[in-house]
Design a protein around this ligand. Structure first.
Ligand SMILES: NC(=O)c1ccc[n+]([C@@H]2O[C@H](COP(=O)([O-])OP(=O)(O)OC[C@H]3O[C@@H](n4cnc5c(N)ncnc54)[C@H](O)[C@@H]3O)[C@@H](O)[C@H]2O)c1
Length: 253
């Protein structure tokens, strides 16, 4: 399966992208930076330029997948929530998205995972992108579940699945933990762009080129992601984080 749209070397000039959860923070940052693609923006809560789509509705997701080159799946709970809600929206919703993509012939799905999928790992230098799932919350567990669903759909259907273990994606670092785990909006766009040509199954840290980063850059480099931003620029102005947030990958006590 290949992209139907123009390519320049390894870069897709224009692809048709279905983005779920596009009304959220990450969706907004991507929308501003991926405008050269044809974007189909969707969210549970429709808004101007964003169509209604509940990711737990498999038929609706399949319809939205028609003619799409890649799904960028962001929709769901982005933090700790009751287990049943995470199971329904994050896990079942992602299963619906993967199955719909497969049925509609979409070759590639980019999944928003999280550092909390590996959040209990003690902080260490250069932790591998595929560090063993070790969630620090039900939210983190839901992300380990979607990573393994992605793996299953890759193995079973040949879908290319790229799981982004995102650190803290925000306009700029605000606390000292961010100096290690920040993903700048521009690097976020670079990471998604690189994912659009990746083949196979990948777990990749979603983090910028921070001087104080804790996580490996190898998984990103393997798919052509080369971050450029460094949180160090804000080192003198960020507030001090609680020391406990610096001891584990996910920073939860
Ligand atoms: N922002 C970060 O730093 C960060 C870090 C790690 C992982 N992530 C992941 O990235 C994704 C986006 O995060 P965000 O910060 O933009 O979160 P957000 O809460 O701002 O946005 C999530 C969006 O998903 C939508 N949504 C909720 N339920 C839905 C459903 N059933 N169907 C369709 N859409 C639904 C919400 O309406 C919302 O607009 C999430 O999956 C989150 O877990 C984000």
């Amino acid at each position: 399966m290949s992209f139907r749209r123009a390519r320049l070397g390894n870069w897709i000039i224009m692809a048709v992208l279905l983005i779920t959860g596009a009304g959220g923070a990450v969706g907004g940052m991507l929308r501003d930076r991926l405008g050269h693609h044809e974007l189909r923006l969707t969210d549970l809560h429709p808004a101007e330029g964003i169509a209604a789509l509940d990711v737990t509705d498999g038929d609706a997701v399949e319809k939205a997948c028609q003619g799409v080159d890649a799904v960028v799946h962001l929709g769901g709970y982005a933090d700790e929530a009751p287990f049943d809600d995470l199971l329904e929206v994050n896990v079942r919703g992602t299963e619906r998205v993967l199955a719909a993509a497969q049925r509609a012939g979409v070759p590639r799905v980019v999944l928003a995972s999280s550092n909390h999928a590996a959040g209990r790992h003690p902080r260490c230098d250069d932790l591998a992108d595929d560090a063993m799932p070790w969630p620090d919350s039900y939210y983190g567990w839901s992300k380990t579940a979607i990573e393994s669903l992605g793996r299953l759909c890759h193995d079973r259907y040949g879908l290319h699945v790229i799981c982004l273990r995102i650190g803290a994606c925000k306009p700029e670092p605000v606390e000292s933990r961010d100096l290690s785990v920040w993903l700048s909006p521009d690097d976020l766009a670079r990471l998604v762009e690189a994912s659009l040509t990746a083949t196979g199954f990948h777990l990749v840290w979603g983090v910028s080129a921070n001087t104080r980063r804790w996580w490996s850059a190898a998984g990103g480099a393997a798919i052509g992601y080369h971050p450029r931003d460094d949180a160090e620029r804000w080192a003198a102005t960020v507030r001090e984080s609680d020391e406990r947030t610096q001891q584990t990958v996910g920073g939860r006590a």
